[in-house]
Design a protein around this ligand. Structure first.
Ligand code: 13P
Length: 214
């Protein structure tokens, strides 16, 4: 592996460790990928992040062939499919953050309760319908939910956040978890008032000049 590939593998591991240290994720739940050459680098399945080495990260060709000493994450399909279908995306973060997962269990999308919902590209963070983990059906459902968005919830499962880089995708994952927590808090009091489509459109236009529109 050359220097750039090693650097990317180490970047993935650093973000996995940070994802668990910050409380965004726990245990070996979640998985990360980063576009590399004609394929992607992805975390191995079921391997604890602590002690993970650059050599443990798996290279996946776009046809699904894996290279490495471990099997790729069980969610390689949606990582591969997102990177294949969205050329502007270079990194995919999947995690099981508590508040995103609470809403996903309740099959609730995040409505425009806060202007930061627009950080994912529109007026909602959609919730993709349930399908068993690792399945083609889950990948199809996730891709449909991500059509005009850079993040979505997965019913009875968790969160996907994407970005042009790994720090960017992780930033979005943290923002969406904050939104989920805020929305969950609002629901304890009652049904929150929502921003209008026009108000969200104005935020999207403002983000475009601010480097926040994906
Ligand atoms: P992997 O360990 O196979 O990446 O699976 C974890 C997970 O979160 C499945 O959705």
């Amino acid at each position: 592996m050359d220097g750039l590939e090693r650097q990317k593998r180490e970047e993935i591991i650093a973000h996995c460790l940070e994802m668990n240290r910050s409380g965004l994720n726990q245990g070996t739940s979640g998985n990360l990928s980063l576009r590399h050459g004609e394929g992607l680098l992805i975390t191995p399945t079921a391997l604890p992040y602590e002690g993970m080495q650059a050599e443990d990260i798996v290279f996946l060709h776009m046809d699904g062939r894996a290279e490495g000493r471990h099997r790729p994450s069980s969610e390689w399909r949606f990582h591969r499919d997102i990177l294949r279908d969205k050329p502007e995306v270079n990194a995919v973060v999947h995690a099981h953050p508590t508040y995103c997962t609470i809403l996903a269990i309740m099959n609730r999308e995040i409505p425009p309760v806060h202007y930061m919902v627009a950080a994912a590209g529109g007026s909602t963070i959609p919730c993709a319908p349930y399908a068993i983990y690792g399945s083609e059906e889950l990948s199809r459902n996730a891709l449909a939910a991500l059509k005009d968005r850079s993040a979505c919830l997965l019913e009875h499962h968790g969160l996907i956040a994407t970005g042009r880089s790994l720090p960017r995708a992780m930033w979005l994952a943290v923002e969406v978890e904050a939104l989920a927590r805020q929305y969950h808090g609002c629901l304890q009091i009652g049904e929150p008032r929502l921003l209008s489509e026009a108000q969200i459109a104005a935020v999207l236009a403002k983000f475009a000049g601010y480097g926040l529109a994906d």
